[in-house]
Design a protein around this ligand. Structure first.
Ligand SMILES: Cc1cc2nc3c(=O)[nH]c(=O)nc-3n(C[C@H](O)[C@H](O)[C@H](O)COP(=O)(O)OP(=O)(O)OC[C@H]3O[C@@H](n4cnc5c(N)ncnc54)[C@H](O)[C@@H]3O)c2cc1C
Ligand SMILES: NC(=O)c1ccc[n+]([C@@H]2O[C@H](COP(=O)([O-])OP(=O)(O)OC[C@H]3O[C@@H](n4cnc5c(N)ncnc54)[C@H](O)[C@@H]3O)[C@@H](O)[C@H]2O)c1
Length: 568
């Protein structure tokens, strides 16, 4: 069934390693539509990590693996549906593709995953994983530097310092470890990991191949596109990877600038502001340190519930070495050169009139992400992207230019733009696998939580208050809002972390939870009680009788549900 064909013009352009900005990292060029792949890293794989905490989450239990087909796939010899090389082929081995692959094996599907760069994609190599390693360090630095906080515990700590390379190594080592775990978990289950750039040749047909080599064509009963995204760099901004950078560069922590402008105050901007303000100037330089936000909308953190945004401004922005310019676009950014600083030209977001010019040491561009879907051969199946995103229905099935569903073709994760989060990508992949193995499944995106890992953290699920009010008005129902504070929580006070708020937006007539927003210690972990309740359709009148251990932070949510007034 497998056949070979030579590289066609629709394949992403062949490149050599010398095209890469750095030899050791993934080699995405900064323009979203010209993402390229460099040579794949050689890795040796053991199978030990089946027992590792990370892979444990994804690996089905031995009991579940006992079906004949699944056992066959353990040895890499699963039996595909008649007439196909595979039951399922996934293009892209990021967290979305990985989640789908593991669930497919559990369902007994003969599965292959095609990866053109390194396994793990953005999240593992250039996103969630290294950024959380940096944030783990910034959290500790922040705490150790807070004399008042330490004194309140009766602790005395000598001046805290850090070794930049040591911090960078921590992030890099963690990414390698998780990447190996992901790779091993797929190998151990017999998923065929095919290396090369994949694209669609026709219905149920995919080709893949390393640049410069002949492509291989394979057939699959079902295909999932999971090709992810790259940093979005607005026109007029020149990224040199040194003084004007994206998160891809910033995560390597090659230097900590004295004064950095962060363009965009969404997730990436906010998390990096937490890192930079905690690390401050590098040890020994004794220079003043400053972060300057440049945000197009009229307020910082425009994506959050406004009340949570205000609290975040009071705690995460105002007391720190951060200033901001809001309602302005960075229309032109020129990297530092010949002793001149980075120059940022700002224009009014509404009138487009010139507003200001900033001179800083570095600029981090955190203005969103663009789907990576070029060169995928979508034209071969009559599909056109919309602003680069692959159009899909609520089951992630791809829609063609006539508005019809393309049989056996799905797109998950950042590439479809529904929700650019790692766990959303993975959940969409699992949902698709459920469908292709015969069980209808629609993922409720309103039950997917999100979190920003600042200190303290911010988390949310469902609608913000303005969104809920708009929906209520349209559909003709009432909403109520209730809040609890971390100040009354024993555990939070024991930790000297009483600054926090949980907010519940709900329907008083039915007890339906519409949205929950938390700002405070471990908010990212606390949100799951609410997101699971939304996913399972649990009403407030039921969840309020659930018992929480004392003293725990989860009692903040217990109080929250108990304080709601449901009529029925
Ligand atoms: C700095 C940063 C921090 C983040 N932190 C978080 C966080 O804390 N929590 C969270 O939930 N999300 C976070 N995200 C978002 C998260 O990383 C993404 O939502 C997630 O990685 C999307 O997964 P994906 O599988 O859709 O795509 P990706 O992870 O981008 O993976 C796509 C894969 O497909 C491969 N590929 C692309 N085209 C082809 C092709 N034609 N052939 C073969 N292979 C191909 C790529 O090489 C890549 O490996 C963060 C993102 C960034 C940038
Ligand atoms: N903890 C997490 O879950 C996490 C962390 C990092 C990233 N992510 C994901 O990665 C994606 C990208 O994150 P992000 O922070 O880059 O995007 P974002 O969409 O969260 O924020 C981008 C911000 O940049 C502003 N902006 C856009 N263009 C601008 C311009 N020219 N000048 C000034 N401001 C401008 C926007 O108004 C917005 O506030 C997000 O979708 C997010 O879901 C998630």
């Amino acid at each position: 069934m497998q056949s070979s064909m030579s590289l066609s013009l629709s394949s992403p352009s062949p490149i050599t390693r010398s095209d890469c900005a750095t030899a050791d990292g993934p080699s995405y060029s900064l323009a979203p539509r010209s993402l390229r792949f460099c040579g794949l890293r050689k890795e040796t794989f053991g199978f030990k990590s089946l027992n590792s905490p990370n892979s444990a989450r994804f690996v089905p239990s031995v009991k579940k693996l006992r079906s004949k087909k699944v056992l066959a796939s353990l040895s890499g010899n699963g039996t595909p549906s008649k007439g196909f090389d595979y039951d399922l082929v996934i293009i892209g081995a990021g967290v979305g593709g990985h989640g789908a692959a593991l669930h497919a094996v559990e369902k007994g599907l003969k599965t292959a995953i095609i990866e053109g760069d390194v396994v793990g994609g953005t999240c593992v190599n250039r996103g969630c994983v290294p950024s959380k390693a940096l944030l783990a360090v910034s959290g500790r630095m922040r705490e150790l530097q807070n004399e008042h906080h330490m004194k309140a515990f009766g602790l005395q700590v000598a001046a805290a310092g850090y070794d930049r390379q040591g911090v960078a190594d921590h992030a890099n080592n963690l990414a390698s470890k998780i990447r190996n775990n992901l790779t091993n978990s797929m190998k151990a289950l017999g998923v065929d990991i095919l290396t090369g750039v994949g694209s669609i040749v026709g219905p149920q047909q995919v080709k893949y191949g390393k640049v410069g080599f002949t492509d291989t064509v394979i057939t699959a009963k079902d295909i999932i596109i999971a090709t992810g995204s790259v940093p979005l760099v607005p026109k007029g901004i020149e990224v040199d990877g040194k003084t004007v950078i994206t998160s891809d560069h910033a995560l390597k922590l090659e230097f900590v600038p004295q004064w950095i402008a962060i363009v965009g105050s969404g997730y990436i901007g906010l998390e990096f502001s937490d890192v930079y303000t905690a690390l401050g100037s590098e040890v020994g330089t004794n220079m003043p340190f400053q972060v300057t936000f440049v945000e197009a909308l009229d307020q910082l953190m425009p994506g959050f519930d406004p009340e949570i945004g205000k609290l975040a401004q009071r705690v995460l922005i105002n007391p720190r070495k951060i200033d901001s310019h809001t309602g302005v676009f960075a229309s032109k950014i020129t990297p530092a050169k010949d002793g001149k600083p980075v120059i940022i030209e700002l224009i009014d977001a509404k009138t487009k009139e010139p507003k200001d010019t900033l001179e800083v040491d570095a600029a981090l561009i955190a203005t969103g992400r663009a789907p990576f879907t070029s060169g995928l051969g979508l034209e071969n199946i009559n599909v056109e992207t919309q602003r680069g995103f692959v159009p899909v229905d609520e089951r992630m099935q791809v829609i063609d230019t006539n508005g019809k569903l393309v049989p056996h073709l799905y797109c998950i994760g950042d590439a479809n733009g529904k929700m650019m989060l790692a766990h959303a990508a993975s959940a969409q992949g699992i949902s698709v696998v459920e469908q292709v193995s015969g069980k209808d499944h629609v993922l409720n995106h309103l039950s997917i939580p999100a979190a920003c890992f600042t200190h303290p953290e911010i988390s949310m699920v469902g609608l913000t208050e303005p969104q809920a009010r708009e929906k209520a008005e349209k559909e003709g129902f009432e909403i109520s809002v209730t809040k609890t504070s971390f100040k009354a929580n024993t555990k939070a006070l024991a930790e000297n972390e009483g600054e926090g708020l949980a907010k519940l937006i709900y329907r008083p007539d039915s007890g339906e939870i519409l949205g929950v927003h938390i700002f405070g210690l471990h908010a990212a972990d606390l949100i799951h009680e609410a997101s699971n309740a939304i996913a399972l359709g649990t009403r407030i009148q039921d969840i309020k009788y659930a018992v929480h251990a004392h003293p725990t932070l989860s009692e903040v949510l217990d109080e929250l549900f108990k304080s709601a007034k449901v009529i029925s």
